[in-house]
Design a protein around this ligand. Structure first.
Ligand code: ZN
Length: 510
């Protein structure tokens, strides 16, 4: 009788809990069973492991071979347990021995736990290792929970995973290479990390956009303070054009952020190179709640999570399903989204900036100088009410764009994105140094300490409260935006003109 215990990782959301792979060989009629709530995929792994061992020149042991994946209640999809199972089979059948542990065969048999080794990889029938999804999430998780571990992955995954700082990652192309490493005959070399793709915004430059000075200014404020923004106006006025230029003025992702973003994308089955560019997600208004929020039997991240650390662009916001609009409240409030399924709760991060557009009325031409609106007043009200209440309350900047009077040709070209980005980056540094986050994320408690107003600003606020009967929530939102305006000017206090400017971006919900 012989037992080997190896460690691997499962995947729940972005979390990768430890899975013990126990391989047991006993005398008896030849059989090969896998237990531990293994789904069809894991059962297929039995056939792959058998073929891969034989193709690699090893014997498949005769006897009762039992594999137990524990704990039993974790979801164990994908073939990533092939590699630890195959190595376990080789250990219990005595076809491979671990280099450091061979001096004391008895110890190995008593406690054959390869304590610091985490193995994950699918095997092809030829014995080659095939990349599986979630390598980056596994690496991030291992680095958090057991930083001393050595992670052995298929070469392609190892290159991804090697980006995680402080973790030893070994990449192998075949089962035989992993065996060569374990018995010391041919150690694997550390994986070199995949290169970080530098930010390249392909969404166009702000200089291509002429006029619309108020909206340009608001876009800069949104970028600088992490504020959400709603642009309204007739078709063709430049709403989408402006919104799509947002990523080009946002500061680059840090190394840790780019890892996080890439691992979420990998989960949704998207291949995203490790890039310093912030995500920009633009789902169509016909998208389902599950597509936006995330979901499915094995919950996958939705658009709100794919936009994490970046921008969620919702063109024609009122056209989105009511349930989609309502579901946005949770991530806008908590910066994450919890997806519950039967006995499984998955939490995905969803800290994004909402950028939305809407027409002034269903036909789009209300208020346009040359086109006539054909909407009935009650339809206009219904349309506008779709973005009212709690949703609009969470959008700091609300801008109405009107057609420029001059011809496009006669307007001077706008400032280039690179220049705006420079100012935005400076403002980010100021906020992070002062409060460790962006102004849009300031809690009510932090607000008093951070958004200090000078006397003139206080007087102005008093007059505005009297005149417009502002709610407490509205005041806090205006203060956050005013703080961003002051940060762009590098001013320590909020002054009256900062406040006056911030106030004009809150027209809709006051
Ligand atoms: Zn209309």
């Amino acid at each position: 009788m012989s037992l080997a215990v190896l460690l691997s990782r499962s995947l729940i959301g972005l979390d990768a809990p430890t899975v013990r792979v126990e391989v047991h060989l006993a005398r008896g009629l030849p059989s090969f069973g896998i237990v531990g709530l293994a789904d069809a995929e894991v059962r297929e792994s039995r056939e792959r492991v058998r073929a891969a061992l034989q193709s690699s020149g090893y014997d498949f042991p005769l006897g009762r071979l039992t594999v137990n994946l524990s704990p039993a209640d974790l979801p164990k999809e994908s073939g990533r347990f092939d590699l630890p199972i195959a190595i376990g089979v080789l250990l219990v059948s005595g076809q491979v021995s671990i280099l450091e542990r061979t001096q004391d065969e008895a110890t190995l048999k008593r406690s054959p736990l390869l304590a610091n080794l985490v193995l994950a990889g699918e095997l092809s029938l030829t014995g080659a290792l095939v990349s599986t999804k979630g390598a980056l999430a596994i690496a991030l998780s291992v680095a958090r929970s057991s930083p001393a571990a050595t992670l052995v992955l298929p070469m392609e995954d190892a290159i991804e995973a090697a980006r995680v700082p402080g973790l030893v990652v070994l990449g192998a192309r075949t089962l035989a290479e992993v065996v060569g490493h374990l018995d010391g005959s041919n150690p694997l070399v550390f994986s070199e990390p995949a290169p970080l793709v530098e930010q390249a915004s392909n969404q166009g430059c702000l200089s291509e956009l002429r006029g619309q000075l108020l909206a340009r200014r608001a876009l800069e404020l949104a970028a600088a303070g992490g504020h959400s923004m709603l642009l309204s106006g007739s078709p063709g006025v430049g709403k989408s054009m402006l919104a799509k230029r947002m990523p080009g003025i946002l500061p680059a992702l840090s190394h840790a952020e780019s890892l996080e973003v890439a691992s979420i994308a990998a989960f949704a089955g998207l291949s995203r190179p490790l890039s310093s560019a912030r995500p920009f997600r633009a789902p169509h208004h016909s998208a389902s709640v599950a597509a936006i929020i995330g979901g499915g039997l094995k919950p996958k991240p939705g658009e709100v999570s794919l936009a994490h650390r970046g921008v969620l662009f919702m063109d024609e916001l009122p056209e989105f399903d009511r349930r989609v609009r309502e579901a946005l409240r949770e991530p806008l409030e908590n910066y994450e989204i919890a997806l519950a399924r039967a006995n499984l709760k998955v939490v995905y991060p969803a800290d994004f900036q909402l950028l939305a557009t809407m027409n002034p009325c269903p036909c789009g031409w209300s208020g346009h100088p040359k086109r006539a609106c054909r909407c009935r007043p009650e339809h206009v009200l219904t349309y506008q009410s779709r973005v009212s209440g709690p949703l609009i309350d969470r959008i700091d900047l609300q801008i109405h764009l009107t057609q420029e009077k001059e011809k496009w040709m006669d307007l001077p070209p706008g400032e280039a994105s690179a220049l705006v980005r420079e100012r935005v980056t400076q403002a980010w540094y100021r906020q992070h140094n002062r409060q460790g986050g962006l102004n849009a994320r300031l809690s009510d408690g932090q607000l008093e300490g951070v958004c200090v107003m000078d006397t003139a600003a206080k007087n102005l606020l008093g007059r505005l409260i009297d005149q417009y009967s502002l709610s407490a929530r509205a005041i806090q939102r205006v203060r956050r935006v005013a703080r961003t305006i002051a940060d762009l000017e590098s001013r320590p206090m909020i002054e009256a003109h900062h406040f006056a400017e911030a106030f004009q971006y809150r027209s809709k919900s006051l």
